[in-house]
Write a protein that binds this ligand. Structure first.
Ligand code: ZN
Ligand code: ZN
Length: 281
């Protein structure tokens, strides 16, 4: 039986693996297909595709866009993206700028609290266009300004803590449109983490193609619930580990194994969007 992991991060966002390392781990985990879904960037895709081709593993270029719908944060995964699509690249470049600006604001807030972190230390460590809170946390640990990543979030970076800075996000509807425009399929990421099932119908209305039913942080009950929701709304089913490398604990790759039949359905939906029943009335 073949399996896939369709939710993976690299060094180009807040993961710790290079694209090549990620593919090596995917191979060790016995996966037949992977998708890279870095936050607000597709930079890793070219190298990941090459590394996959070298070991005859199927690769799906993707991204995880940070969006919101009615003040609820929602992550939208894009699969089979044309990573050279100008509209997509232009828009994510804007969000990368927002992310970089947010690093300055978080560091300024930390400095105000008497934590002498330098913004350069965060950027040097992040070394990518899509820096985020995990990079600030890692820099704090590296500079020995805090004991652990968890502590960094608990004390400073978690929503509502003193160095938390809100993030400007694109609307979920725009993210779906952007993904479609770049030839991709739009999938709602880890709905069990958002606890915002009430927004699913609006996303479906906007053209959402699928829902991530299997995820590291989904219990069996949750997965079953989302499989039901997927069926009700005629949505594709995806799943992935959301592996960030050695970011927190052990790499999660290989812990969520999506049966390959779901990838086949993604291919079918992509080849012939009309074969998928959408509620277009
Ligand atoms: Zn996410
Ligand atoms: Zn993710």
């Amino acid at each position: 039986m073949k399996f896939a992991d369709l939710h993976l991060h690299t060094q180009f966002s807040d993961g710790t693996f290079t694209p090549e390392e990620l593919v090596l781990y995917a191979q060790k985990s016995g996966l037949a297909c992977i998708a890279v879904t870095d936050h607000d960037t597709v930079e890793a895709c070219v190298r990941a595709a090459a590394a996959c081709a070298a070991v005859r593993m199927e690769f799906i270029p993707g991204a995880e866009l940070t969006a919101e719908h009615e003040d609820i944060e929602v992550h939208v995964l894009g699969y089979f993206l044309d990573t050279e699509n100008r509209a997509l690249l232009g828009r994510i470049a804007q969000f990368q700028t927002v992310r970089q600006q947010r690093i300055y604001e978080m560091v300024a807030a930390l400095n105000k609290l008497g934590v002498p972190l330098k913004v350069e230390a965060v950027f040097a460590l992040a070394n990518c266009k899509s820096p985020g809170r995990p990079h600030v946390a890692r820099a704090l640990v590296k500079e020995k300004l805090i004991g652990s990543l968890d502590e960094a979030f608990e004390r400073y970076l978690k929503k509502g803590r003193p160095a938390w800075v809100p993030k400007t996000k694109m609307s979920a509807l725009e993210s779906v449109e952007l993904i479609h425009h770049a030839g991709g399929l739009a999938v709602m990421a880890h709905p069990g983490l958002n606890r915002s099932d009430e927004i699913i119908p609006a996303l479906v209305e906007a053209g959402l193609d699928g829902i991530e039913c299997f995820h590291t942080k989904h219990s069996t009950v949750m997965s079953e619930r989302y499989l039901e929701i997927a069926e009700r709304h005629h949505l594709l089913v995806t799943g992935g580990s959301d592996c960030h490398g050695f970011s927190k604990n052990k790499p999660l790759i290989g812990t969520v194994k999506l049966p390959y039949e779901h990838v086949e359905r993604l291919h079918a939906a992509r080849q012939n969007p009309k074969s998928k029943i959408r509620n277009r009335k």
